[in-house]
Ligand binder design. Structure first.
Ligand code: NAP
Ligand code: COA
Length: 283
């Protein structure tokens, strides 16, 4: 029973998937230079895929490539720039073969009440999370393996649970979930599967540092999950490896939670009070 409450370890994951599961695959991970997405890129690579990562900051790209090793490719590109994203996808496909795994996980977040959020602040997050996801998947479509490409969007609980202080992210990620379903429908006949993962609170990430920066806020978030704890980046990576693999050959248009059961609480715990705690003040 105690084991059930411990975070998944990378060693356990390595033993879960067959060696070479994704051998010969060409993976493109947008936002793949840190946090959850970098862990996904590394897990795809460990499973045998050739990996390319893309994010804005050259320093982040360089440090991700150090982590992934010289077999990986990196592009310093903003997902809001369609032409640059398309050029990166093309270059990755030329080097590694038509894209057979595409992950769209670039995102921006900050906690701010809507009344204190400028129109540009709202637009910035929608542009990165939602327009950026369209750009990445649309760019990848042209150079994707057809049939046989698995596209995976990284959504968030905010897509279906209203979090105070998160109007921009809630709106953007709700759009990502619907985009996942529409593109699955439109691109299914071409043999492209499109799914989304909804991570819950994941330990050691920029996202949770921003959302729950104090021990009190962390406690509120932990209590908002059925498992009463944060997840590990490896937990999300495991779901991505499954969705990319032949085991998910008939899975498309799905939005899958990897959230310790946070969705079951209906967001009640993530009230204005929780975010006031995160901001270190009373609501
Ligand atoms: P993170 O470490 O900050 O990762 C975000 C990545 O996106 C970075 O590589 C960042 O690199 C890149 N990025 C940001 N803006 C970009 C842009 N305009 N163009 C290209 N790349 C951009 O965040 P994380 O906490 O691991 O979150 C990763 C994903 O999981 C996000 O989609 C997030 O919404 C989702 N998620 C996270 C949690 C959590 O617990 N952390 C929970 C639910 C969902 P650059 O700065 O170099 O661009
Ligand atoms: N509260 C209110 N508004 C904020 C804000 C905050 N904490 N942080 C930024 N903004 C506003 C800015 O003031 C600006 O609006 P304005 O022009 O009306 O003043 C707007 O948001 C854009 O800010 P800018 O810094 O120019 O955006 P950017 O494109 O350089 O960076 C962010 C995007 C703001 C999302 C930045 O936090 C980021 O790069 N995040 C990536 C990492 C991340 O968020 N990881 C977690 C993923 S879940």
């Amino acid at each position: 029973m105690a084991g059930a409450h411990e975070a998944t370890q990378p060693k356990e994951l390595a033993a879960t998937f067959a060696p070479g599961l994704l051998q010969g695959q060409s993976a493109f991970v947008a936002g793949g230079t840190s946090g959850i997405n970098l862990e996904i890129a590394a897990a795809l690579q460990r499973a045998g895929a050739r990996v390319a990562v893309m994010s804005r900051k050259p320093d982040n790209v360089a440090s991700a490539l150090k982590h992934l090793g010289e077999a990986a490719m990196g592009f310093a590109v903003d997902v809001r720039d369609f032409d640059a994203a398309a050029a990166a996808a093309r270059d990755a496909a030329v080097a590694h073969g038509p894209l057979s795994i595409v992950v769209s996980g670039a995102a921006g977040n900050f906690v701010a009440p809507a009344a204190l959020m400028s129109a540009n602040a709202f637009k910035t997050v929608v542009d990165i999370d939602l327009l950026g996801t369209f750009n990445v998947l649309r760019a990848a479509f042209d150079v994707a393996r057809k049939p046989g490409c698995a596209m995976i969007n990284i959504s968030a609980p905010q897509a279906s649970l209203p979090f105070a202080g998160q109007a921009h992210v809630c709106a953007a990620k709700a759009g990502v979930d619907m985009l996942t379903k529409v593109l699955a429908l439109e691109w299914g006949p071409a043999g492209i599967r499109v799914n989304a993962i909804v991570p819950g609170p994941i330990d050691g990430t920029e996202g949770m540092t921003r959302l729950a920066p104090t021990p009190e806020a962390r406690g509120v978030v932990e209590r908002s999950t059925a498992l009463r704890r944060y997840g590990a980046k490896e937990d999300v990576a495991a779901m991505a490896v499954f969705l990319a693999s032949p085991a998910a050959a008939y899975v498309t248009g799905g939005v899958f939670s990897c959230d310790g059961g946070q969705m079951l609480t209906g967001g009640g715990a993530l009230s204005p009070d929780a975010f006031a705690a995160a901001l270190g003040r009373k609501s």
